[in-house]
Design a protein around this ligand. Structure first.
Ligand code: ZN
Ligand code: ZN
Length: 142
């Protein structure tokens, strides 16, 4: 995707109460296998795309926020529970969209799997993408 193609992507929750629009190319996209994302979504892993917060606009309704750990805000639809976005103090200039809530998730190409140290063993990955067992910033804290 070239910088000149100003892309607009739309998405929303399952019930339609919350809708959003993001503009431009994401900074990155990754599959996260960490335990918190797994529990928050109920899925084996969550696919995110990172955008500048100013690029995201809530076009219908507003999500409810939940602080899942210090400095981490997870936003979801208060009616149907769909997880929609993630913001963390570790990424001050980004909002992470749940790619699965986009109307056209295929428009974003994930680049990497992260936190694969927590990957569920029965999940077989054959997409050829690099795997980062634990991001370096996190490993340092332990
Ligand atoms: Zn909803
Ligand atoms: Zn995660």
């Amino acid at each position: 995707m070239s910088a000149s193609t100003m892309k607009i992507l739309e998405g929303g929750c399952l019930c339609g109460a919350v809708r959003y629009r993001v503009e431009g190319a994401p900074r990155w996209s990754a599959h996260c296998h960490c335990k918190d994302c797994r529990r928050a979504s109920g899925a084996p892993f969550v696919t995110y795309a990172g955008f500048l917060p100013a690029r995201l606009q809530w076009t219908k309704g507003r999500p409810k926020d939940f602080n899942s750990s210090p400095g981490v805000t997870r936003s979801f639809c208060a009616t149907c529970g769909s997880p929609l976005a993630y913001e963390g103090d570790r990424w001050p200039d980004e909002i992470h969209i749940h790619v699965g809530t986009l109307d056209h998730p295929e428009a974003i190409q994930p680049q990497v799997h992260v936190y694969t140290v927590h990957q569920i063993p029965w999940l077989q990955l054959a997409d050829g993408l690099p795997k980062v067992p634990m991001p370096p910033s996190e490993a340092k804290k332990k």
